[in-house]
Design a protein around this ligand. Sequence first.
Ligand code: ADP
Ligand code: MG
Length: 214
Amino acid sequence: MGDGTVGIVEMVRWLELFQSEIAAHRAWLTDLDSAIGDADHGANMDRGMTAVGAKLAAGAPGTFGDLFKSVGMTLVTSVGGASGPLYGTFFMRLGMAQGAAAEVDAAGLGAALRAGLGGVVARGKAELGDKTMVDAMTPALEAYEAAVANGAGAGAAARAAASAAKAGRDATVPLVARKGRASYLGERSAGHMDPGSASTLLLFESLAEAIAEE
Ligand code: ADP
Ligand code: MG
């Protein structure tokens, strides 16, 4: 919108960009998961976001609540792996946080993203350092909120979030997994990037691109 607020048009653009980023990185995400999981993270996310894209193509709902509830439900029902319910919960909580709103300011978007992360933690019980998507999401939210507190708009805050997510993703490499399938490997999970933290970086990069002007 260019006026510092983020509306449904920008949120739909975010989801479309995330869908295409997932499709473009599908093989890589699956390779990451083949090292410490069951080689399906790229396929899982691509299936889920393709289903989200098909629903959006049929017409997007007009409020944050309705849009993200639909996205979350679609992910929960179309993805078999752990990532479906986790990303699904992320989007459902994000939508619930802004319910009837059709546009939010930078702080409002931050509150919604924070609620989304809260949903992931409530559902998956992962803590920082467990080598999961939480390790990318948590620093991303901290960076977003710090940027807004310093007067940044949503676009600049999302760029800060994306660079923090990247650092968080990279920091998963030496970690030993304590949640999810990778935890079955114990010490052997060290030395590999967590696939869910890699898709989370794509989520924040897509957001930064979608709202760059705000
Ligand atoms: P599955 O592990 O069922 O095959 P995916 O491969 O699609 O599902 O997703 C794996 C990713 O899900 C992991 O890389 C990790 O980031 C994330 N993950 C798994 N369990 C949890 C959890 N309890 N909390 C947060 N994230 C998790
Ligand atoms: Mg997997």
